[in-house]
Design a protein around this ligand. Structure first.
Ligand SMILES: Nc1nc2c(c(=O)[nH]1)N[C@H]1C(S)=C(S)[C@@H](COP(=O)(O)O)O[C@H]1N2
Ligand SMILES: [Mo]
Length: 158
């Protein structure tokens, strides 16, 4: 199988913050892409997730943190026209890293929700800290899904 940047087997964190201000492009099948900035996320309902850890075998664990921002579920329900959905969502960062989220992971009540975090412990995330950062609470192995510097959210049609 070829290398998939959205499903890396091993990864050393990139220590160089890529250029950008936290804006990202939301693509939706059959619609014009939208550019969204952290202030657009601030206008949506906010969710806080206490007791988050960034766990990395080999380079330590940090936390607990309370990350807050907008759930991926909320973002999509706000920006997708009624009745439309995604089978998968690709979350891609400015440094070419990323993860894939399946629709089933967005179902309410299944796990703690997947979050597009703009704040950590009530303070705005700095760009160096990963603005805007995906937090996947169910991932506690290697931080490979805790994607910093999101610059694309791509909804893949069912
Ligand atoms: N965009 C991006 N996100 C990333 C990475 C990366 O290289 N680029 N590395 C991952 C890995 S392997 C780790 S261990 C954590 C490190 O997160 P920290 O900087 O909060 O410690 O970020 C994860 N998210
Ligand atoms: Mo890691």
């Amino acid at each position: 199988m070829s290398y998939d940047p959205l499903h890396p087997h091993t990864h050393d964190p990139n220590l160089e913050t890529p250029a950008g201000d936290g804006s990202f492009v939301l693509s939706r099948p059959g619609h014009t892409p939208l550019t969204l900035a952290p202030h657009d996320l601030a206008a949506l309902p906010q969710t806080s997730l206490p007791n988050c850890f960034i766990v990395s075998t080999g380079h330590g664990t940090s936390g607990p943190f309370t990350f807050s921002g907008v759930t991926l579920r909320e973002l999509l329900s706000h920006y997708l026209p009624a009745g439309e959905s995604c089978a998968q969502i690709e979350i891609i960062s400015a440094d070419g890293f990323g993860t894939r989220v399946w629709a089933g992971e967005l179902l309410p009540g299944r796990d703690r929700p997947i979050l597009l975090a703009t704040h950590r412990d009530t303070l705005p995330l700095t760009r160096d800290q990963g603005l805007v950062r995906l937090i996947v609470p169910s991932e506690t192995d290697d931080a490979l899904r805790q994607v910093k510097w999101i610059n694309q959210v791509r909804c893949i049609a069912p």
